[in-house]
Design a protein around this ligand. Structure first.
Ligand code: ADP
Ligand code: LRH
Length: 493
């Protein structure tokens, strides 16, 4: 095809991928060029990003893309929120680049609240409290007297970091900056007050740019090693969740009265509404919802739910025992298993970063006075049911926050392929579920590059394109009674 090609580099926790996106017969096509692992590495006891490995895999992916497509116009990177790299004034990386599951942030929220009270942090940022937030990572660095903070003159979130490797340019995209808990969601400016009170170096916080901004061409050395030629970097919504939300095939954009919600379903489940303005009030703080930044100044009001992390890690732990099954087999076994045999709270601390997830589930069952899962089907099913209970509660909370009935739940991301999970979500929430697209994050990444190039005129057109291009599956609620009974049974446990 003669239409230009855009490369989405999407670094998820379950894999990294380089995807080519282009228009063909008025539809958006996504083709996978390269997929690679994205596991953290331990350096001594600290859990870090494998940036060298990733950078070389990204370049492998770009090389494959350059071989296959002759008309590549732009590229852009998205990845998970909160993690960062520090750079010094010689353009060297200062200090290790840590993974948010690293143990150094344990207990850091409480330490931080002693410095600035919880409600003041919430008022300033509108963000949910999670130990993994950049704020608590930086507080840990400060309290541990990490010297990197003293030499750094720039902080890049990880999408920005790979853009810097690609172009040599430093930039900070607002969508990922909004996950740090140091940005004011109303002004999209850094909170100088929090930065001062936490004794963080003001110089590392650079002005944010909006998704769709061009950073100029890929630097010559990278263009040469990959064979890419004249390709520019157009900053997508570098926060993967922001990219995924852009690709929700919804009927409208940031409505005043939202009647749809999304679950971006991958390693995490991010469940929420897209709003035109942040909602920073007491109720939001109580329910621990977050106001993250979306495209065109929109707000993603959402909650983090542990997600398919447990399901994924069970597979990994069985793999170590030589007994892993495919996703399809796992879903089939879970479907056959007896419902409600084991209740898991997926957000329990025990599941954050255990060395072995199957052991963690067995330990959790013992601690909560339940039987250990009698077979793999029950093991898998409990990880999914636990999630669905959280979705059910989260829907009620969302409706009370936006003061409107949610009529439909969109599930996007890898989890939208899990038919059991989609059906159980419809059943437990008593709402129709629309599942797809699977590669929402890459699709959202690509359409923002197209917006940046002027190939698409606005976000409504982008959503229309996505709706016309990717099939969705529809699930209607059944068995809602069973879920209400089970929910009250577990609530009273
Ligand atoms: P992330 O970007 O966080 O790495 P993805 O959106 O790629 O996550 O989703 C990965 C998850 O999707 C896997 O953990 C798995 O549970 C689910 N998944 C992928 N393929 C299938 C499938 N064929 N059937 C069921 N679930 C699947
Ligand atoms: C999902 C995600 C989520 C963040 C978490 C760290 O991949 O970006 O939105 O909260 O990772």
């Amino acid at each position: 095809s003669s239409a230009s090609t855009h490369l989405a580099i999407d670094l998820g926790a379950s894999s990294g991928r380089v995807m080519a996106g282009f228009l063909e017969n008025n539809q958006l096509k996504l083709a996978e060029c390269h997929r690679f692992v994205n596991d953290p590495v331990f350096i001594q006891q600290s859990m870090q990003w494998n940036v060298h490995g990733l950078w070389s895999e990204i370049q492998n992916g770009l090389r494959k893309a350059a071989n296959e497509y002759k008309n590549i116009r732009s590229a852009g990177v998205d990845t998970w929120g909160v993690d960062y790299a520090l750079l010094d004034d010689q353009d060297l990386v200062a200090g290790p680049i840590r993974h948010y599951r690293d143990a150094r942030t344990r207990g850091m929220m409480q330490r931080a609240w002693e410095i600035v009270p919880r409600d003041q942090i919430f008022q300033a940022t509108g963000l949910q409290f999670m130990e993994l937030n950049t704020l608590f990572q930086l507080v840990a660095a400060r309290l541990n007297h990490e010297r990197s903070l003293d030499v750094a003159n720039g902080m890049l979130l990880m999408g920005d970091f790979f853009h810097w490797l690609l172009t040599g340019q430093r930039s900070v995209d607002v969508t990922n900056a909004s996950t740090t808990q140091l940005l004011d969601p109303r002004t999209q400016q850094w909170s100088t007050d929090l930065i001062r009170r936490f004794n963080l170096p003001p110089a590392i916080f650079r002005d944010c740019i909006q998704p769709g901004t061009s950073l100029g061409p890929i630097q010559t050395s990278v263009a040469e090693t990959t064979g890419l030629g004249n390709v520019e970097v157009i900053v997508p919504a570098t926060h993967d969740t922001a990219s995924a939300v852009i690709a929700v095939p919804a009927k409208n954009f940031a409505p005043e009265k939202p009647d749809w919600c999304y679950i971006s379903s991958g390693t995490w489940s991010l469940m929420g509404c897209e709003l035109s303005h942040p909602l920073v009030n007491e109720r939001c703080s109580e329910l621990n919802f977050t106001n993250e930044g979306g495209i065109h100044g929109s707000t993603r009001l959402l909650k983090n739910i542990c997600g398919l992390w447990i399901f994924q890690q069970i597979r990994k732990s069985l793999d170590r025992r030589g007994a892993a099954e495919s996703w399809d087999e796992m879903v089939a076994r879970a479907s056959e298993a007896a419902p409600f045999s084991l209740y898991l709270d997926p957000d329990d601390d025990a599941f954050v970063a255990p060395s072995d997830m199957v052991d963690a589930v067995i330990g959790y069952a013992a601690r909560t006075g339940q039987h250990a899962p009698e077979n793999n089907g029950v093991l898998y099913r409990s990880a999914l049911e636990g999630l669905v209970f959280r979705y059910r509660d989260c829907l009620t909370m969302l409706e009370s926050l936006v003061e409107h009935r949610i009529e439909v739940i969109h599930i996007v991301g890898g989890g939208s392929r899990n038919k059991l999970l989609c059906q159980m979500t419809a059943d437990a929430c008593d709402r129709p579920v629309v599942a797809g697209p699977v590669e929402a994050t890459a699709a959202g990444n690509v359409v923002v590059q197209m917006l940046g190039c002027g190939e698409i005129n606005n976000i409504t057109e982008a959503r229309q394109l996505i709706s016309n291009s990717f099939g969705t599956e529809h699930y209607l609620p059944k068995n809602t009674e069973t879920w209400s009974e089970a929910a009250s049974r577990f609530a009273s446990q």
